[in-house]
Structure formats: C-alpha cells, structure tokens
Design a protein around this ligand. Structure first.
Ligand SMILES: Nc1nc2c(c(=O)[nH]1)N[C@H]1C(S)=C(S)[C@@H](COP(=O)(O)OP(=O)(O)OC[C@H]3O[C@@H](n4cnc5c(=O)[nH]c(N)nc54)[C@H](O)[C@@H]3O)O[C@H]1N2
Ligand SMILES: Nc1nc2c(c(=O)[nH]1)N[C@H]1C(S)=C(S)[C@@H](COP(=O)(O)OP(=O)(O)OC[C@H]3O[C@@H](n4cnc5c(=O)[nH]c(N)nc54)[C@H](O)[C@@H]3O)O[C@H]1N2
Ligand code: SF4
Ligand SMILES: [Mo]
Length: 679
C-alpha cells in the first residue's frame, strides 16, 4: 500500500491541541509531525508527543478484555472475551443498582483525551440513563474557573496570535516551555521586537531561566501579590479611569481592601522585595501593551480561586483589554460553544442525581453513605496516581465490596485495582472533535490506523454496554458522525458555518470570535457576563489568608513539617500518561531542594531522601538547587506509583483539602519534612 498522510489532532490534556500529520504505511503509523499549516501550532510537536509512536506501539498496550485473578492492586489478570466482559459489567451494575440504588454507581473520568466524543458523550448518556451519581470534575481547573467567573462572568482570553504585539509578557504560574510550548514562538517574536518577559513562580524552571526577570514568589501567596499591585496602581494613579468607570463595579470597595496591602505588607507575605513588587506593578501599568499568561499553577492552592479573581482584575484596572497584545489568557475553552447538552443528555436521568467531587474520591470511597459507592467505572483517568491523599484513595480502591471497571490503554496502578479491565483505543485509532484551551481553533480528526487487538473507543464501549443493559433510548443509536453534528448544532454565532463537512475538508476551523483577519478583543468594550454586566472588583472575592499548609499557616503543622512542597507538571510527560516509561531516575523521581535546606539535613546531591508528612511518605533523589527558595521543595509530577519502591508517588503527601471556591484540589499547599535515608 502506498504511503499516506492523515490529519490528526493531539488529544492530550494540553492547551495547544496540536494539529498533527501522521504518515501511515501498510496500515501502520510510521511518523508524527506537526502540521505546518496550523496557524497556532505551526508545524512542531513537543518532545513527548514527537515520540508518541513508542507509546502507540508499545508492547505494553492493553489489547484484550481481562478479569482480575489476584488481589486488588496486585495486577494479576486473565484474558476474557468482550461478551463475558460486557455481561459481567451489565449484570453487576444491574444488581448493585437494585440492591443499593443507582447512585451507588460512580463514573470517574477526566481528560485522558480532550476529545468530546470519547470524553463526554456516550459515557455521560449511559450513566445518566442508569441514574448513577454524577462526577464533579474538579481536579484541574475548577478553582480558576470559579475565580474568573466571579470577576468576569465568562472566560475568554487573549489569543496567542496577539502576543507578538505585547511589550511586556508576564507568565504567572505558567511554565510555558513545559506545558504550553506553542505559545513560546509568539513570545520569542515579541522579544525580538523588544518585549520584556517576566515569570512569577516559586520554582525557576526552564521558562523562568529564560525570562528577563524571575519573581520567586512563596507558594500560595499570589493573591497578596495581586492586591499589592492593585494597591500601587491605585495609590500611584496608574489605573485607567475611563475603563474603570465604564466597565467595572465596586472600585471603591476594592481600593479599601487593597489599602492594607502596602508594598511592605505584600513583600512580607510573598517573599518578594518591596522593590520587586513596586517595579512589577509600575511596569505592568506603563509598559504597553502588557499581556498576562496566567496558567493553572496559581489556583492549586488554598486561596487559589481568590488569587485568580484578583489577577483577573488587573487588565480591567489598566484598561489593557482594549489593546491588541494586552489582556490576559487563562483559558480560551469557553469560546467553544458546542452543544454539550445534546452530547451529554442530562435529560436521560430518571431524576437529578447527586454530585460527587472527584478530588475527594478517597473520602467518597471510604466514607460516603446513603448510598455508599459500590461500583466505580474509570476511563480517561488514572485516579490511583493523580489524586491527592493517595493512601486513602488506594484504601478505597482496595475495598473488596467495590466493583471496579477500568477502560485503559495501559496497565496503570488504577488498572491493577480493576475487577474488569477493558482495552481502549488511542487518539490515532478513533474519530473525535477537539476544542482547545490555548487557542480558538476547533478541530476534527479521523482514525489514522485501525485499533490493535480488541481495543474499543469509549463511545463504542458505552454504546455496547447500553445495549447489553437494555437501555432503549435512541440516544444510544447515534453514530460518531451523529454526535459530531449534534455538538456543532448549537446555534451559537461563534460556530456559524462550521460543519462536519467543512471540518472533514479543512480539519481545523477558527471560531467566529471576531471578523476574519481581525484580532479578538473579548472585553475591549466591556461586555462582561457578570450579573452587573461589568467586571466585578468585589473585594469579598479577594480576601487573603495564608494557606493553612504554608510557612504562615498552622504553627503546629509547620513545626513538624517545615517545608512547602509543590509538585508541578513534568516537561517530558503528561500527568501520569507516560508512566509506562520507566524513568526511575527521571524528573518525576526527583526532589529539588535549596542548598540551605539540604545542608541542615546533611543531604548531598543525588542522595535518596524520604519526604513525609502525616498523610504518607515517598522516597526521591535529591537535587540541590537555588531554583527554589529556602523553605520550598519541588517534585515534578506524576510517575506511576508502582514505579517507585514505596508504590506511592508524590500524591501520597498531597492533601485533599479543597480550594476557597470551586471545590478544586490544593496540590501546591502541602507541608512536608525531608530526611536523608540509606539506599
Ligand atoms: N509537559 C506537560 N505539559 C502539560 C501537562 C503535563 O503534565 N506535562 N499537564 C497539562 C495539564 S493537565 C495542565 S492543567 C496544564 C497546566 O499547565 P501549567 O499551569 O503551566 O502547569 P503547572 O505545572 O500545573 O503549574 C504552572 C506553574 O505554576 C507554578 N506554581 C506552583 N505553585 C505556585 C504558586 O503558588 N504561585 C505561582 N505563581 N506559581 C505556582 C509551578 O511551579 C509551575 O511552574 O498543563 C498541561 N500540559
Ligand atoms: N501532585 C500533582 N497531582 C496532580 C497535578 C499536579 O500538578 N500535581 N495535576 C492535576 C491535574 S491538572 C490533572 S488535569 C490531573 C490529570 O489526571 P488524569 O486526567 O487522570 O490524567 P493522566 O494521568 O494523564 O491519565 C489519563 C489516563 O487516560 C488514559 N486514556 C487516554 N485516552 C483514553 C481513551 O481514549 N480512553 C480511555 N479509556 N482511556 C484513555 C491514559 O492512558 C491515561 O492513563 O492530575 C492532577 N494531579
Ligand atoms: S502535548 Fe500539547 S504540545 Fe505536545 S503535541 Fe500534544 S497538544 Fe502539542
Ligand atoms: Mo490539568
């Protein structure tokens, strides 16, 4: 068969949603490269996906349905047929629903794929029709979403194509080179034209190392920094009176709140110097246009939602939303006004069912009652690796009276806990429709290759299960193309003219956020979706308290666990998705600590250290560096727990305390102690 080039889209949970060209020879993908025609992702892939074919064709792919033969967590399975798998699942779920009520069934999924068909269509319909509990999908961004909604009412952001126009770019809790690399060329272009590039991050990662100025903020104190900046903008008359008068409310009350956050007070809380805070605020207001790339690192702490609210006020105060190359980008996802209601069909629920927060799954599995969780159905996620309070999560997953189904591509730690384990397709093997959270292009992809073995897509799996369980709604007869058509038919002007046939031909289409060839300025004329219609400078939304787990937090905890741990993303993986690679000595097995903290503990470079708190412990290799400040330690996440001697990863330490708003996780508000240990 001749060589073919097929268009695809990277399905990983990444703002970039790259357009990919797949070379296929004799039914086998032989090369992946970036599509040079995509206006944002422009022809290159990140290092991890450039090597994705190693994962695609790994001998460790799951290829057949299996049932567990060993103890839960042990990982012993035997092959069964799809018929046996579906029959077992159907009969167990039916019986559990009968005995305990359908709400004792809990789906568990996140963004293993960003595709809408495989991520939130047939699966949702299936669990809705059963009357199962619903999952509150909070694990990533819910605090940030709640924070932006409080301030702006909607979530639109500066498009990447405008960054070259900026004269000051601030990466605020945003590791651009690691997690959003396709923004980088736009920043390079801006700098070539004279822009300054600053980073605000407790860890001076690759992005920080390449910045013009790095602000080494103490974890969880961004709200205090934002209020300190607001204090200076107001005190020094650096705000845009016209924009504030026309498009904001509650300015006077915010002024009063910010009055307490003098540069000296903000400096004391954030660990930055008075000079740093004053310069940052003055430059932000006067070097124009200034764009903030805010990412989700900021909101993974106890006051994370409030911090995002406060930071979102800055471009309104300076009127920066009016300028091409100004404003702020946290996420662009809200512009993808697809008809999610039609995809998910909440109307199939027999009655409104309870919502269970995924971040506290450990509690849900061990404490929830009326009814208890009796069946857990996992797909697109690896909860045994990525959730906080890992010991409690594993304790819940080990319950013998919990019926657990896992659909996976690989034998993850979660898969080890399954009663029935199902083989899933990858994005190269199924159709899907992709939104993005770092640009405004909607994409559609078709399978590049056939699924290996007996792998099935999530949509096919849930269609088949619905049939097996006698669910008769026509909603379960919809094909993938029907689903795509339904999603596109929202009637929203951003989607006008974007049809399946157009996507078939063009693969990617810019949303109609602005007229062709003109920049999108979402809030240049106000247009906030808050109840007042204006940007809400409500000081109640931005009331700063230090996190309980921080250097200014609970003194009792601090005495025992004096170090603040952050566990940001690893540049060369995607949460736990590449955990099948054995990087025993890689980044995710490393603890970065400051020379002073190493010295008092007699830890030398490369030593094995034990990191612990009351929730758990894990052993890591020490790397001594001043890229973190004294009192802060950093360990990139997340390896598969079973890759470590402890069979735990960094999340054994993380707390399941929730954020101030949005019910999100607080991975980066975490007090720990470190000690040297023998090999
Ligand atoms: N290579 C790679 N890319 C990824 C992922 C991955 O695992 N690996 N994951 C994807 C996912 S799921 C997401 S949500 C995005 C996230 O993308 P980002 O939000 O960019 O990534 P994070 O590592 O979560 O956090 C960003 C930065 O916040 C910093 N940070 C931690 N605590 C604080 C704080 O209190 N204040 C400030 N100012 N900064 C803080 C971290 O050190 C980190 O450098 O990336 C996506 N892309
Ligand atoms: N300590 C710490 N923990 C964190 C974070 C952190 O910064 N620090 N970040 C958090 C964040 S932001 C996020 S988003 C979560 C991410 O947590 P998860 O959403 O669980 O992400 P992954 O670990 O990438 O696991 C996704 C799994 O889905 C599977 N998968 C992919 N495609 C498909 C498919 O089509 N079908 C099926 N059935 N399976 C598929 C993959 O094989 C993979 O095992 O982790 C959170 N955990
Ligand atoms: S992970 Fe992100 S940067 Fe890498 S190929 Fe996928 S979308 Fe692009
Ligand atoms: Mo995430």
């Amino acid at each position: 068969m001749p060589q073919q080039v097929v268009h695809s889209t990277c399905a990983l949970d990444c703002p970039d949603a790259c357009s990919i060209l797949v070379t296929v020879e004799d039914g086998r993908a032989t090369r992946l490269r970036g599509n040079p025609d995509h206006p944002v992702t422009r022809g290159f892939l990140c290092a991890k996906v450039a090597k994705y074919l190693d994962r695609q064709y790994s001998p460790d792919r799951l290829l057949y349905p299996q049932k567990r033969t060993g103890a839960k967590g042990e990982g012993k399975f035997t092959r069964i047929s799809w018929d046996e798998a579906l029959d077992t699942i159907a009969s167990r779920l039916t019986q559990i629903a009968r005995d305990h009520g359908a709400e004792s069934i809990l789906p568990f999924s996140y963004a293993g794929t960003m595709g809408l068909l495989q991520g939130s269509s047939m699966d949702r319909r299936f669990f809705h029709a059963l009357g199962a509990s619903r999952l509150d999908r909070t694990i990533c961004s819910s605090a940030g979403m709640a924070g932006t909604i409080q301030t702006m009412g909607s979530r639109f952001g500066t498009e990447p194509e405008q960054f070259p126009e900026s004269k000051l770019i601030i990466a605020w809790g945003a590791n651009i080179l690691g997690t959003n690399v396709h923004l980088w060329p736009f920043i390079v272009e801006a700098r070539r034209r004279g822009a300054r590039f600053y980073t605000i991050d407790p860890y001076r990662n690759r992005t920080g190392q390449l910045s013009d100025r790095h602000f080494s903020i103490q974890p969880g104190t961004d709200l205090a920094l934002a209020l300190g900046m607001i204090h200076i903008l107001i005190a020094e008359n650096l705000y845009d009176r016209d924009y504030v008068a026309a498009h904001t409310v509650n300015f006077d009350a915010l002024r009063q709140r910010a009055a307490d956050f003098t540069p000296a007070h903000a400096a004391q809380l954030t660990g930055l110097s008075v000079d740093e805070i004053v310069t940052l605020a003055r430059e932000y207001a006067t070097v124009r246009p200034a764009a903030i790339r805010l990412n989700y690192g900021v909101q993974r702490s106890e006051r994370g939602g409030g911090a995002i609210s406060a930071i979102s006020m800055l471009p309104a105060l300076t009127g920066s939303w009016r300028e091409v190359g100004g404003g702020l980008q946290l996420s662009t996802s809200m512009a993808f006004q697809l008809n999610r209601a039609a995809l998910e069909r909440a109307d199939l629920q027999p009655k409104p069912t309870r919502l269970v927060n995924m971040t506290t799954l450990g509690q849900a599995l061990t404490e929830l009652n009326e009814p208890p969780v009796k069946a857990l159905f996992v797909y697109n996620s690896n909860p045994a690796a990525i959730l906080p309070d890992q010991n409690r999560v594993h304790g819940g997953l080990r319950r013998d009276d919990l019926f657990c189904v896992v659909a996976e591509q690989f034998q993850t730690d979660t898969a080890d806990f399954a009663d029935i384990l199902l083989p899933a397709t990858t994005f190269l093997e199924h159709s899907d429709l992709y939104f993005a959270y770092g640009h405004y292009y909607l994409q559609m992809a078709r399978p590049a290759v056939a699924p290996p073995g007996e792998c099935r897509s999530n949509a096919d799996l849930f269609r088949a299960l619905a049939r097996r369980m006698g669910l008769t709604s026509p909603a379960f007869l919809d094909s993938d193309d029907d689903l795509i058509d339904q999603a596109l038919a929202s009637g929203h002007p951003f989607l006008e003219g974007i049809t399946r046939s157009r996507l078939e031909a063009e693969h990617s289409a810019r949303l109609n956020v602005s007229a062709a060839g003109t920049p999108y300025l979402p809030y240049a004329e106000g247009g906030f979706a808050t109840p007042s219609g204006k940007c809400e400078l409500n000081p109640q939304h931005v009331d700063y308290q230090p996190p309980v787990e921080s250097r200014f937090g609970d003194p009792h905890l601090r005495r025992r666990y004096p170090l603040e741990l952050i566990s940001p993303k690893n540049d060369d993986s995607m949460n736990s998705t590449f955990g099948n690679r054995d990087d025993r000595d890689g980044e995710t097995a490393t603890l970065y600590l400051h020379p002073d903290d190493a010295a008092v503990r007699e830890v030398a470079e490369g030593d094995l250290v034990r990191l612990y708190n009351a929730r758990g412990s894990v052993r890591l290799r020490a790397a001594i560096t001043s890229s973190v400040r004294s009192g802060v330690v950093c360990s990139p996440s997340s390896r598969w727990p079973k890759r470590s001697v402890d069979r735990r990863n960094i999340n054994a330490l993380a707390s399941d305390r929730l954020t101030d708003i949005g019910g999100g996780p607080t991975f980066y508000s975490c007090l720990v102690q470190v000690e040297r240990c023998g090999d």
